[in-house]
Design a protein around this ligand. Sequence first.
Ligand SMILES: Cc1cc2nc3c(=O)[nH]c(=O)nc-3n(C[C@H](O)[C@H](O)[C@H](O)COP(=O)(O)OP(=O)(O)OC[C@H]3O[C@@H](n4cnc5c(N)ncnc54)[C@H](O)[C@@H]3O)c2cc1C
Length: 372
Amino acid sequence: MNDILIVGAGFTGSVLAERISSKLNKKLLLIDRRDHVGGNSFDYYNDNGVLIHKYGPHYFRTNSDKVFQYLSQFTKWRHVEYRVRTSVDGNLYPIPINRDTINQFFKIHLKNEQQTKEYLNSIRVEIEKPKNSEEIVISKVGKEIYEKFFKNYTFKQWNLYPKDLDPEVCARIPIRINTDDRYFTDEIQAMPVDGYHSLFNRMLKNPKITVKLNTDFKEIKNLDDFKLIIFTGCIDEFFNFKFGRLPYRSLRFEIENHQQEFYQNWSQINYPNDFDYTRIVEIKHVTGQKIPNTTIVKEYPEAEGDPFYPIPRKQNHEIYKKYEDEAKSLKKIIFVGRLAQYKYLNMDQVVANSLELFEKILLKKEILGKGS
Ligand SMILES: Cc1cc2nc3c(=O)[nH]c(=O)nc-3n(C[C@H](O)[C@H](O)[C@H](O)COP(=O)(O)OP(=O)(O)OC[C@H]3O[C@@H](n4cnc5c(N)ncnc54)[C@H](O)[C@@H]3O)c2cc1C
């Protein structure tokens, strides 16, 4: 008998499974409809012998010591800084945009942060309260950079131009006046030494956790037997889409094996204006695997398929709110994770959220008080 059912074996469900089984000594059932644990962070060795990320590149980074220490119980790390380039008119530029990008693009020679600030002030368009993503970008870097670096990439990614997206979508992308060309600035940037799949296997090895793969929540018939259900799947699907669908953008991955050590010089090159794919990822650059062949993945954004990116628009937030309110009335079920919260969350954020949920709520719940 399991007291607890956890739906979804991504970071959210797996961290909770690990905490509940080890700290509360409780038996639980963890199910996933996919044929593997790890959720979207899953990686595997392909036929070419290359460790690749099945659902797009997962660059682990965090500013939280707590999250890092917690995960370090299950893996050693390879510290690495992620560096990405974007291809515009046949030239490769550092991305996020920094002083070198600006110098290279405008063929100028800004020498320091002050000069760069002044230059950006001279090209940006004054917009008092940017209402959408186009306005936010133009108000920071002007029209030329917007057209070449942002407009078409955003359209490929979302099938919407920046003017139709909330300002936050593009506001998240930093503009740097220094020459830092790291993709992220988090203090801790690292990859699990032997892959995410090994990390998950160690996290879930407690015999109190029963993992059932290829199992959809709909197939679980004895729901009344569980004292608690933690649901990390899509919240609209749980409620049979009664308030309408929460839309997502998906991706199709085209995998190419190459019998050469590296295909490109960077782990990721973005293509805002050319081709139907948005980027070519060669994850081997950051996993540090040393073998003579390599694999690259081209990403094609699509409307249908696995739910990857919630589409951040006002009308979608309104639909989500209805589901969220309905969910609050179900006392025995907790909705948590990126799909249940209809929110783009990084891995470290969902780990932090799960640890907090465990410490602040589950530890205090009476039903979880004694072991089974
Ligand atoms: C393309 C892409 C790239 C990303 N890159 C990064 C990155 O570089 N760095 C970073 O920190 N984060 C990245 N992320 C975010 C990262 O994937 C998430 O933070 C993480 O996956 C969230 O974990 P989760 O457990 O909430 O959700 P998921 O990993 O999605 O896990 C949910 C699981 O629930 C299962 N499930 C859903 N419904 C059901 C059901 N009805 N029955 C049974 N099982 C079900 C699913 O199969 C899935 O395995 C990226 C995301 C995407 C889409």
